[in-house]
Every structure is written in C-alpha cells, then in structure tokens.
Design a protein around this ligand. Structure first.
Ligand code: IMP
Ligand code: MG
Length: 174
C-alpha cells in the first residue's frame, strides 16, 4: 500500500522564532504607515494569523483566494475565487502567502492590486522555492528558502490534507 512519508523540516519552536523576526522587521518598516495585510487563502491562514499577532502596529486585514490553472493550457493564468471586501486605493499593502513556487500566483495578484491604485505593495511569503521560479517575481520578506521539495503543514496542503500540522514537513511517497 502507498504511504505518505513526512520528514520535519521546521518545527513549532523554529517557526515561532522566524515569524517573530519577520514581524519585527515589518513593524520597523511600516512605522507611521496605515497597513493593510492581505492574506492569500487558504494556504497562508496559519502563517498570517501568527504573523499579524506579532506585528506591533495598528493594521487591517483582508483576504483573497486565488487558483492557478496548474496546467499548460493557460500558463500564468490565475483566477480570483474570493476578492477583497474593499477598494485599496492609496493603501499600503502587505500580501501574505504560504509559499512562492513558480511565482505565477503572486505575480498575477501583484499586478491586479497594482492597477487598483495601492500606494505600495510588498509581499511576505513563509516559504520560497527559488528552483522552480519561472517568473522574475521575488518576495520582500521570506521565512525560509527551501529546495524543490513538496512540503505540507503550517497551512500548506496536499489534496487539502495536512494543513493543521504545527510543523512544516517534506512529503514523499513510497
Ligand atoms: P506559484 O504560483 O507556482 O508560485 O504557486 C504557489 C502556490 O502553489 C502556493 O500558494 C501553494 O498553494 C502551491 N504550492 C506550491 N508548492 C507547494 C508545496 O510544496 N506544498 C504545498 N503547496 C504548494
Ligand atoms: Mg496557495
């Protein structure tokens, strides 16, 4: 029988320290600015919840959900499944994502928010897989760079499973 194998890469304690450091950086960078944090669902829900609780600034939150086609018929095409509640004109935006892989999702979301007239847009990704990038997109803040592994936990899924793991693990199949 096929079995999923999990190998822990970042445990709860390591993640908490890293998230705290990111939040401190963001707190310094956004002093005096009116910050709107946009969490991209579903993958970033745990990271965003931990991150914003460590950001020592008044801020607002909104949520977006996007689906990339993941096939070669519409490369780079990203569909908005849930849009923001309010206009973002003139707002300082921080997009929070679970993982930056090819970069297509964040690239598309960035462009979309940019045409809506945000005052500034930065991105914060928990994980970054630079090996698979096929856009020139990079994140302003990142938790960890990882090799080309498939990872789950801390919000990240495989077929909607494993999001609730408190750690990040490499998933392999045997
Ligand atoms: P991108 O558009 O290729 O950068 O895709 C990013 C999205 O792909 C993420 O928001 C995840 O939903 C998904 N993804 C990419 N790599 C992984 C992984 O290793 N585990 C779980 N989801 C992943
Ligand atoms: Mg995702």
């Amino acid at each position: 029988m096929k079995k999923d194998n999990l190998e822990v890469l970042f445990d709860e304690e390591a993640i908490a320290k890293r998230v705290d450091a990111l939040a401190k950086e963001i707190t310094m960078d956004y002093q005096g600015k009116d910050l709107l944090v946009i969490a991209i669902l579903k993958g970033s829900f745990i990271f965003a919840a931990d991150l914003v609780r460590q950001i020592d600034l008044p801020l607002e939150m909104d949520f977006m959900a996007a689906k990339s086609y993941g096939d070669n018929t519409h490369p780079g095409e990203v569909r908005i499944v849930k849009d923001l509640d309010k206009p973002i004109e003139g707002r300082h935006i921080l997009i929070v994502e679970d993982i930056l892989d090819t970069g297509q999702t964040l690239n598309a979301l960035y462009k979309l928010l940019n045409v809506r007239g945000a005052a500034s847009i930065r991105t914060c990704t928990f994980l970054d897989k630079p090996a698979r990038r096929n856009t020139d997109f990079y994140a302003d803040y990142k938790g960890y760079e990882i090799p080309d592994y498939f990872v789950v936990g801390y919000g990240l899924d495989y077929s909607e499973k494993y999001r609730n793991l408190p750690y990040v693990a490499k998933l392999s199949f045997e």
